[in-house]
Design a protein around this ligand. Sequence first.
Ligand SMILES: Nc1ncnc2c1ncn2[C@@H]1O[C@H](COP(=O)(O)OP(=O)(O)OP(=O)(O)O)[C@@H](O)[C@H]1O
Ligand SMILES: [Mg+2]
Length: 252
Amino acid sequence: MSEPTVIVENLDVVYQVRGRSGPGSPISALRRMVLRRARPSKREVHAVKNVSFTAYQGQAIGLIGTNGSGKSTLLRTIAGLQPARRGRVLTRGQPSFLGVNAALMRDLTGERNVVLGCLAMGMTPAETRAKYQEIVDFSGINDKGDFISLPMRTYSSGMAARLRFAIAAAKTHDVLIIDEALTTGDARFQKRSEDRVRELRRQAGTVFLVSHANKSIRDTCERTIWLESGEIRLDGPTDEVVDAYEAYTRKR
Ligand SMILES: Nc1ncnc2c1ncn2[C@@H]1O[C@H](COP(=O)(O)OP(=O)(O)OP(=O)(O)O)[C@@H](O)[C@H]1O
Ligand SMILES: [Mg+2]
């Protein structure tokens, strides 16, 4: 067995939603008056419930589940962006999180974002210069003209996602977390990024991929975890898990 890269033990993540949210229904207002209770000003959302698993070097792990099942929350917690209420996460190195909201600067050009992104990932200026063209080529941003010298705010959402992915994929990561970034590009780019995920995996890292495109998961990951209501429903070989998930979503 290869070395573990991520160990998650009995993880619980709870969001606290503060502040009063709207007027509420007249019935609940009446109830509170009768029972003489104050309006609850703090609510909790239990987004991840007692999740445990271990990821190994060289694995690409798919994460599936219906909307709101806790996928992004789990990955944000693994990346250290979201605190846990209980349990713990051990990782080798700092996981890199590539989400649809990854921070690129809208008012800077694509070019500046590539450079800043590389530096932010810890590359030296020389490494950044060496990788620059490869990133631009991979993103395909300049296929239809000189778009890389325009501000990011002029990009379509697919173009922005492609550039984000190209920047993140330029580096080898111990743990790379991709939250739906692949599904934003067009078919050709999707294919290219799936190839790159397989490559990153070969370079001995671990890749987590969240996608609602079951085909991407089947093509890229050999292991899949299915989350539902914050709990692990199944964790195993991708085909088994995705088959079970598809049967479940067909019934709903
Ligand atoms: N910032 C937040 N504050 C409060 N609750 C949140 C917050 N972010 C997510 N949640 C809640 O946590 C639960 C899990 O959300 P999460 O975004 O992890 O789901 P997901 O599986 O990534 O969904 P999707 O497939 O739609 O991306 C949901 O019930 C959601 O309402
Ligand atoms: Mg999500």
